[in-house]
Design a protein. Structure first.
Length: 197
C-alpha cells in the first residue's frame, strides 16, 4: 500500500471530522476520477475532505484553491503533501444578478466562453491565480468554494464562470468534467445552468 494512501486511510479512520458532501456526491466524483485517473484535478476549496480528493486521484495532480491563507496554513500543517494556492475573489454574493447580466451582455466580448483567463477583463474571471494553473488542461474541476451562504460572502459566481472557461478553452483530451457542490442553492444553480450547460 503506498505511504500516502495509508496515511489518508489512517487519517479518516481516526477522525471525527467528516466531509460536507454526501456519500452519493463523493461516489459520483470518485467514479469520474477512477475513469479519468490519474488526471489533472482542480478543486475550488480546501477542507477536511481534501486529502480524500487527492487520494481518489492517486498519482495524478490535485490542486486546491483557497481564499484563506490562515486555513491553508492550518490544513498544510496536517497535510503538507497537498498542493494549495491562494485565490482572491472580488465578487460579493449580493451582486450575483448584476454580474450575471454583465456576463450575458459581454458574451461575445470580454466574457466569452473560450478565452485566456489570465488576460480576461470579464468581472467574473479569476485571472489572479498562479500562472502555472493556467498552463494545465484540467480533466476534472470541482467548485466547492468560496463561501456562498451569506450575503457578504464572495459567492461561487467567479469560480463557476472560471471553471467553465477553463473547461471550454481546453485544446486537447476528452473534455473536462465539472462538479458544482451546493447546486441546489439559487446562485450555484443559475450560474451552472448559464455557463456549464
Amino acid at each position: 500500500l503506498p505511504h500516502d494512501l495509508m496515511t489518508a486511510l489512517v487519517h479518516y479512520a481516526s477522525t471525527d471530522t467528516t466531509p460536507q458532501q454526501t456519500r452519493e456526491e463523493i461516489l459520483m466524483t470518485a467514479k469520474v476520477l477512477a475513469s479519468r485517473g490519474p488526471c489533472n484535478f482542480l478543486v475550488f476549496g480546501l477542507g477536511h475532505d481534501s486529502l480524500l480528493w487527492k487520494m481518489l486521484n492517486y498519482a495524478g495532480r490535485t490542486a486546491f484553491l483557497e481564499e484563506s491563507e490562515d486555513w491553508i496554513r492550518q490544513i498544510s500543517e496536517k497535510h503538507p503533501e497537498l498542493e494549495t494556492h491562494i485565490v482572491e475573489y472580488s465578487t460579493v454574493l449580493t451582486e450575483a444578478d448584476q454580474l450575471l447580466e454583465h456576463a450575458r451582455s459581454n458574451r461575445k466580448g470580454k466574457c466569452t466562453a473560450v478565452q485566456n483567463l489570465l488576460l480576461s477583463e470579464c468581472k467574473l474571471a479569476l485571472n489572479g491565480l498562479a500562472d502555472e494553473l493556467f498552463q494545465v488542461e484540467w480533466d476534472v474541476i470541482m467548485v466547492d468554494a468560496p463561501r456562498g451562504y451569506f450575503p457578504g460572502a464572495p459567492g461561487r459566481m467567479a469560480a463557476i464562470f472560471s471553471a467553465a472557461v477553463m473547461a471550454r478553452s481546453r485544446k486537447t483530451g476528452n473534455g473536462t468534467d465539472v462538479f458544482v457542490h451546493d447546486v441546489e442553492r439559487p446562485v450555484e444553480r443559475s450560474y451552472s445552468e448559464e455557463f456549464l450547460c
